[in-house]
Write a protein that binds this ligand. Structure first.
Ligand code: PXP
Length: 237
């Protein structure tokens, strides 16, 4: 069974649009769990544009499923993560001006910075995943730096302009997931997945978990979060 990690960042985005306390991503996480989420993901960005420390603390105390914290290599965020000890940490690149995470980590260039941080997290009992593009060289670098999981960036597959490009991008993800399994890495995937494009990715045999946010929260506006999560779950094998 492929697991569904639900990213509730965009609930916090709506809250921050008003600078008040509602809607609460912690309440949303509880509803996502009721809808069948196997995990909850949040991204504590350096600019705190959606998720805040308070959310991560309360989520850690509240939810019953594993908490996955996405983070960049910023010292204060690393210290906070080590204090909170989420079930897993997914390292992502971060640019202040981007609308959302745009590309995968450059693990080859970042090896020397990543290695000691990954070791510290693992010693603290946190499972480490690296968000990378479907690129065999980056995958081999992720194995070499000591990560246990990778999350393959599905953004280019999701944003493909036509069927031909989508097939090409899918082939890259398929090859990348085989390459990762051969490197003894466990494989997750995510970014841009929605109710229409999730099927082929979910059916790749190496994929363990998909992290999906925007499509689920967008549908939840119409049908409610519990149902939106359950409908996404029903599309996973
Ligand atoms: N995985 C990672 C590493 C991400 O940064 C994001 C976006 O926050 C997602 C998955 C979820 O992407 P989306 O909101 O497009 O489903």
């Amino acid at each position: 069974m492929v697991k569904l990690g639900v990213n509730v960042d965009h609930v916090a985005t709506v809250r921050e649009a008003r600078g008040i306390t509602e809607p609460d991503p912690v309440a949303a996480a509880v509803l996502a769990e009721l809808g069948g989420a196997d995990g909850i993901t949040v991204h504590l960005r350096e600019d705190r544009r959606h998720i805040r420390e308070r959310d991560v603390r309360l989520l850690k105390e509240t939810i019953k499923v594993p908490l996955n914290l996405e983070l960049a290599m910023a010292p204060e965020i690393l210290d906070f993560a080590l204090e909170i000890k989420p079930h897993s940490a997914t390292f992502v690149p971060e640019k202040r001006e981007e609308l959302t995470t745009e590309g995968g980590l450059d693990v080859i260039a970042g090896h020397n910075r990543l290695e000691p941080v990954i070791r510290r997290f693992q010693e603290a009992g946190i499972v480490v995943s690296l968000f990378i593009d479907p690129d065999p060289e980056q995958i081999e670098a992720a194995a070499a730096v000591g990560a246990e999981f990778i999350e393959i960036h599905t953004g280019r597959y999701c944003d493909a302009a036509d069927d031909r490009q989508m097939k090409e991008e899918f082939a890259l993800i398929e090859q990348a997931s085989i390459c990762a399994a051969n490197c003894n890495l466990k494989v997750n995937a995510g970014h841009g997945l929605n109710y229409r494009n999730v099927g082929p990715i979910a059916r790749l045999p190496e994929i363990r978990e998909l992290n999906i946010g925007h499509a689920i929260i967008a549908r939840a506006v119409y049908v409610g979060l519990e149902r939106a999560v359950a409908e996404m779950k029903s599309r996973l094998p």
